[in-house]
Write a new protein. Structure first.
Length: 325
């Protein structure tokens, strides 16, 4: 989750303020040529087919498998340019039950979100069969997943692009998928990470892309949640925090009481204006929404623990939802 403003726990050297991203001209926003130069640097490092699509089809005995579109970038280098968008849907969908959307991989480099959604589907979702309807979209941004990249191939951040008429293929496809039940969703949990590369790669890149100076910030050490300022649901957020802290540590606020530049409103919780920012959790109209943020670069955690934290967050969200009656 890229911060709205700067702040929090792990200080990045101020020497970075003088460093400029290796694409573009300082003070000038990128044009088509710079975007193409950036895209040419993005080399596939893993396979959506192997990691995601095969895992989804391996669950066809328990879910309806749905291919809801594809991402096509014909000028992407060194890889298949047509990537399927896949989802898992509860069998025997019952309109009388609460419906829950789970999304991962909106930012393709945030690995535990993808694998947390898949682990939950494979090992935990069965406990909620007949109690909730689940739509699980484990990898919203397959191009970004393969390249371990935050942006899509057009150098646009998907998680600032969930808006009507979005130019981002990944966002438009997901919005079409969930639109038939808009306003009927009970909950939406969007699985993310905040990584050190947010500060070392992404924020210098976005500053260069937009022709602005890069001002160094900080990264929280630990798990936190991003609630919707217009619909915060504090009890829901705290139920998730309490479950996750049994798996991994919760990020402490900094000396100013902030996490990643935003005021902490409760332990491990900040709030963003979801609709204004075009975030994924604004697409359903659900009563209960949250964005999880795992910190995989902490020396106090492991990749497996980060994935387990995502699963714990999902289970806590469902338990809370079902307790509402």
């Amino acid at each position: 989750m890229h911060p709205v403003i700067n702040g929090s726990a792990t200080l990045v050297s101020t020497a970075a303020a003088t460093r400029f991203y290796p694409i573009g001209t300082p003070g000038q926003a990128w044009g088509v040529a710079e975007v193409a130069q950036w895209r040419a640097r993005q080399v596939p490092q893993r396979s959506v087919e192997v990691d995601v699509v095969s895992a989804v089809h391996g669950l066809a005995d328990r879910f309806e498998v749905e291919t809801y579109g594809q991402v096509s970038y014909p000028d992407s280098p060194q890889a298949n340019c047509n990537l399927p968008l896949v989802a898992l849907r509860s069998r025997n969908w019952n309109p009388a039950l609460p419906s829950v959307l789970v999304t991962g991989g909106v930012h393709g480099y945030e690995t535990s979100g993808v694998h947390g959604a898949l682990r939950f589907a494979a090992g935990h979702a069965g406990a909620y069969a007949g109690r909730v309807n689940l739509l699980i979209v484990p990898c919203v941004s397959p191009w970004g997943y393969e390249r371990i990249q935050r942006w899509n191939a057009d150098a646009i951040d998907p998680n600032r692009s969930f808006r009507p008429g979005s130019p981002v293929q990944e966002c438009a496809a997901l919005m079409r998928l969930v639109a038939p039940l808009h306003g009927q969703w009970a909950a939406h949990i969007d699985l993310h990470e905040t990584t050190d590369t947010d500060e070392s790669e992404f924020r210098p890149a976005v500053a260069a892309r937009d022709g602005k100076p890069f001002v160094p910030g900080t990264i929280p050490d630990g798990f936190y949640l991003v609630a919707d300022v217009a619909n915060p649901q504090p009890a829901f957020q705290q139920a998730i925090i309490q479950a996750v802290e049994r798996v991994t540590h919760i990020a402490p606020a900094d000396a100013a009481g902030h996490l990643i530049g935003s005021p902490q409103v409760a332990p491990g919780v900040i709030e963003y204006d979801v609709q204004k920012l075009g975030l994924c959790t604004g697409i359903t109209g659900a009563r209960f929404t949250t964005t999880t943020e795992v910190y995989p670069d902490s020396p106090r955690t492991t990749p497996d623990e980060c994935t387990a934290a995502q699963v714990a967050a999902l289970e806590a969200a469902l338990v809370f939802l079902l307790a509402q009656g």
